[in-house]
Design a protein around this ligand. Structure first.
Ligand code: PLP
Length: 445
């Protein structure tokens, strides 16, 4: 007799971002199939995937349009080397995205995951300055609490000690600018009305390092892994102007915020800015397949364009660059977004959700803040609402609630003590109502 799948899993598999010992008390859920916002395990139990399977699933699981596109592509061309070769799905995808990304972004590099897109962005900016007369520009600036992925370069520009501290000796030195913290604003301002006095921290950093800086990288409007920290578009506007004034490139990591998560197709739109480099992944393929893009301007492209012997080319590649199945999924995403009016509908759902969340949770003695952007809604739990004092980390309040929610069929994967919804954009009010009901139940426990 074969062992149950749970046991075989524990014998064989080392799961991402997990203390495997935790699995002794909470073994992995073995998912058999999924549809829309719902996952079904091998025992027939249903779970509402309110976190979009790590923020990637954009339009529901086994979406009929996306499934059909990938199946059709599969019988035509599954993959082909992307140096010297190309194919129609990649070309069409780039052409269509060019009309949708912030104006001025026109050159598309294909990679195979978010971290890889960030690595390429960093190398690109570094090399750009080498080839345009500023070899002294080698430093990268980033925000504290930022997250840009797990590879060495991406970790270096992230500043979450939880992920990066152990590896410090391996990482490159970067300049960390204190990020906006609107819930615990040191200036006593409010997100909706403020003039970003916290931007002085960025000005100080640029005054000191501006001449040696290659680029600054940010997650526009929403620091996701930091606990769904939302900050105002004005901050981004100011940052764009500051980068321009100091000759520093701006990298927007929209891997989490892209494709409608913040209410607009891209978060940068809300600030009316165009970054020099844009990183996309996750929702790009609807959360189906690992693919990412590093999108840049003609100006940067031209700095690499020359005779081979000048050694200016960007010699960077990933085996699965331009994977046609990923492109087919991404084209399907663009069609569904457009044809089913997903964004306007999600914006309406979001307005309704904000009211519901506030009515149900704002009065709770441990809900410090309800913050939201697009359909993303987060509750920060605190020990003391007045002082905003967090719970002791050792209590793992978020993790305890995660387990309780799972029992009730809700996949809530908190960031510390921040509980959040980041659902597929086509989730229904009924489903959100179910999720809020479970949240109410576990919070009153
Ligand atoms: C998820 C994420 C990444 C990393 O993407 P992977 O595909 O997991 O490597 C980078 N930046 C942001 C903002 C992300 O949310």
């Amino acid at each position: 007799m074969e062992q149950p799948l749970e046991q075989q899993d524990l014998d064989l598999i080392w799961h991402p971002c997990s203390q495997m010992k935790d699995y002794e008390t909470l073994p992995p859920m073995v998912i058999d199939h999924a549809h829309g916002c719902w996952l079904y395990d091998t025992h027939g139990k249903a779970y509402l995937d309110i976190v979009s399977s790590w923020w990637a699933n954009l339009l529901g699981h086994t979406n009929p349009v996306l499934n059909a596109r990938i199946k059709a592509q599969l019988d035509k061309l599954e993959h082909v080397i992307f140096a010297n070769f190309t194919h129609e799905p990649a070309i069409t995808l780039a052409r269509r995205l060019k009309a949708l990304v912030p104006p001025g972004l026109s050159k598309f590099q294909f990679h195979d995951n978010g971290s890889a897109a960030v690595e390429a962005a960093l190398k690109l900016c570094f090399q750009y300055h080498q080839q345009t007369g500023h070899p002294e520009r080698q430093k990268f600036l980033c925000l504290t609490e930022g997250y840009h992925g797990e590879t060495i370069g991406a970790l270096s520009v992230g500043s979450m000690d939880l992920f990066a501290l152990k590896y410090k000796p391996m990482l490159m030195e970067t300049v960390h600018v204190e990020a906006p913290d609107c819930y615990r604003c040191p200036y006593g301002q409010h997100r909706e009305t403020c003039s970003c006095p916290c931007f002085a921290k960025a000005e100080e950093a640029f005054a000191r390092y501006g001449k040696e800086a290659a680029a600054m990288i940010v997650e526009p409007l929403l620091q996701g892994s930091a606990g769904m920290r939302v900050y105002p578009p004005l901050y981004l506007k100011k940052l764009r102007a500051l980068c321009d004034a100091r000759g520093v490139l701006l990298i927007a990591d929209e891997i989490a915020t892209g494709f409608g998560r913040t209410g607009t197709l891209f978060a940068c739109e809300q600030a009316g800015i165009t970054p020099d480099v844009l990183c996309l992944s996750k929702g790009l393929t609807g959360g189906y397949l690992p693919m990412s893009l590093t999108v840049t301007t003609r100006k940067i492209y031209d700095a690499f364009y020359d005779d081979y012997g000048t050694h200016k080319a960007f010699l960077h590649s990933h085996t699965y660059a331009g994977n046609p199945l990923g492109c087919a999924a991404a084209l399907g995403v663009l069609d569904v977004l457009e044809q089913q009016q997903i964004l306007p509908r999600a914006r309406e759902t979001a307005r309704w959700l904000t009211k519901e969340m506030e009515a149900r949770f704002a009065g709770h003695p441990h809900v410090g803040e309800i913050r939201h952007i697009g359909l993303i809604h987060a509750l920060e739990l605190v020990a003391d609402k007045k002082t905003k004092q967090p719970f002791p980390a050792a209590k793992r309040v978020g993790y305890q609630l995660y387990k309780k929610a799972l029992e009730r069929g809700l996949v809530l994967r908190p960031l510390g003590d921040v509980l959040y919804f980041n659902p597929p954009l086509n989730i229904t009010r009924e489903e959100l109502g179910q999720a809020m009901g479970i949240l109410e139940a576990i919070l009153s426990d």
